[in-house]
Design a protein around this ligand. Structure first.
Ligand code: MV4
Length: 479
């Protein structure tokens, strides 16, 4: 593999190219007209414009990207996350054109893209699943009987959904039919596939996911868990590894379940198996994400691996040289997603110019960043600016360092989620480790951020006054 094209933008494009460079592989960036001056374009050895700003005319144009790859003699394509990363047709197109797709084979992407096909596939592998139906619902009265057996509340999920899209809670029997009708028509509209199924609703779960890595020779390992319960409307905000609540025994069990999920679909490369964990620490398989995830750095830090390097190696056909029994968790890592969104105003995207943009630096701080001072934030894409990652020997150390790093991250020109990250890190529920997926809904309101800012301003004013008075005294003494 001499030349790698990264079919993505922003921080992840740079992140992937960093490892490619380290491995002596030439890099090709693709970019839209909106990204002409973006850091990922400058960072690459070669860069090609693939179309206008809207992603369906640029970053989603698989055909264009293949064309560029052939022209430039590209050996492999890394899709990053989002865009084409979980597009089975694109993986197939790469396969058909003899270009290595850095990810699993198209078949695994397709199976895991359908929640029902995924359930069917893992069935023989003894994976715990939430009680529910495992086939698309065609007969609503029959489904109602099943729902009554399971017990309300239940959740209707779209098979083609995922990441929270196409879900509906049904609290009781009387609303079952109407909710079912709506769910089916919504699924048809959103995904072109009206298949839905039902599950018992797990009321206050944690979201725990396991990082897996598989080679072409049947070796599959897991790289422990990530705790991703701090999320807002299915958008993760803070992630960490390891989870504050897993015991070594539970970790081993969930890790083995994740490995089995990967085996069930002949998985190759980096993947993530999502689980719900209930209050009694029962875990249930939800879905598998067949890509490198945004939050992969926290796993890299505690496991001491470079996941992109492993992805590239297994894509070249190499054997995983890591054995499960040799892997161990070292310390604790925390990630805050820094979005150009206004936490005071319902997290509305806050686009504009990055008038000031200064990153925190230091030992145990990593910033995976895609922006620089003076840039405009394009309106066309996800407004994530960077990921701020901190590490500590203990969870407390990682949290303290995160607060310090947030304070040393200077952004002016747009609103960001930095202040929100500080709120999370200072919250008792977060610090105690006793929280679930309802954390944000339960504890956050903009007024708290306001209060916090006022409090900080007051403290700063007090300190300033103290210094002022001290100086006054110093001045007074000699006289
Ligand atoms: C659930 C659930 C409760 N019970 N399934 C949301 C994302 C998708 N991967 C599955 N999700 C959920 N499935 C059952 N049977 C609650 C969620 C859920 C959730 C899961 C993970 C992280 C955040 C979440 C927020 C709301 C709901």
């Amino acid at each position: 593999m001499k030349k790698l094209l990264v079919a993505n933008r922003g921080e992840i494009a740079i992140r992937v190219m960093q490892t490619a460079k380290k491995m002596g592989i030439k890099t090709v960036a693709v970019f839209s007209e909106a990204d002409r001056n973006s850091p990922h374009v400058k960072y690459a050895d070669q860069a090609v414009c693939i179309g206008p700003a809207p992603s369906n005319e640029s970053y989603l144009r698989g055909d264009k990207i293949i064309e560029v790859s052939k022209e430039l003699n590209v050996d492999a394509i890394h899709p990053g996350y989002g865009f084409l990363s979980e597009n089975a047709d694109f993986a197939e197109l790469c396969e058909a054109n003899d270009i290595i797709f850095i990810g699993p084979r198209s078949k695994a992407i397709r199976v895991m893209g359908s929640k029902l096909a995924a359930k069917e596939t893992v069935k023989a592998y003894d994976i715990p699943m939430v009680p529910g139906t495992d086939e698309a619902i065609t007969d609503i009265p029959e489904a109602k009987t099943i729902a009554k057996d399971i017990g309300f509340p239940i959740l209707i999920k779209a098979s083609a959904g995922g990441g929270g899209k196409g879900m509906r809670i049904v609290e009781n029997e009387t609303e079952f039919e109407s909710q079912m009708d709506r769910a089916i028509s919504e699924a048809k509209n959103a995904f072109g596939d009206g298949s839905v199924f039902i599950e018992k609703y797990v009321a206050s779960p944690r979201h725990i996911e396991i990082q897996v890595m598989a080679d072409m020779h049947g070796n599959v390992i897991h790289l422990f868990e990530r705790e991703c319960s701090v999320q807002r409307r299915h958008q993760k905000v803070v992630e960490e590894a390891p989870s504050a609540v897993l015991t070594p025994e539970l970790r081993a069990k969930m890790g083995q379940a994740a490995i089995n999920v990967a085996r069930s679909c002949d998985y190759i490369g980096a993947g993530t198996v999502e689980f719900l964990l209930d209050e009694n620490l029962n875990f249930y398989f939800l879905e598998m994400n067949t890509r490198l995830q945004v939050e992969h750095p926290v796993s890299e830090w505690i496991a001491g691996v470079d996941l992109v390097e492993l992805q590239i190696k297994v894509a070249r056909g190499e054997h995983l040289n890591l054995k499960q029994e040799d892997l161990k968790i070292n310390g604790h890592a925390l990630e805050l997603r820094v979005y150009a969104e206004d936490p005071m105003n319902d997290f509305l995207p806050s686009v504009g110019n990055l008038e000031v943009y200064l990153l925190p630096e230091g030992e145990n701080i990593r910033v995976d960043n895609g922006f620089e001072q003076g840039m405009d934030i394009p309106i066309y894409y996800d407004p994530m600016l960077s990921k701020l990652i901190t590490y500590g020997k203990t969870r407390e150390e990682a949290i303290e360092l995160m607060i310090e790093a947030i304070d040393n991250y200077h952004i002016e020109g747009v609103q960001t989620t930095l202040s929100f990250g500080r709120f999370v890190c200072e919250h008792d529920a977060f610090r105690s480790g006793n929280f679930d997926t309802h954390f944000v809904k339960k504890y956050y309101s903009p007024s708290l951020l306001q209060d916090q800012e006022t409090l900080e301003a007051e403290i700063a004013a007090k300190i300033a006054l103290k210094h002022f008075l001290k100086e006054q005294k110093v001045l007074k003494v000699p006289s």
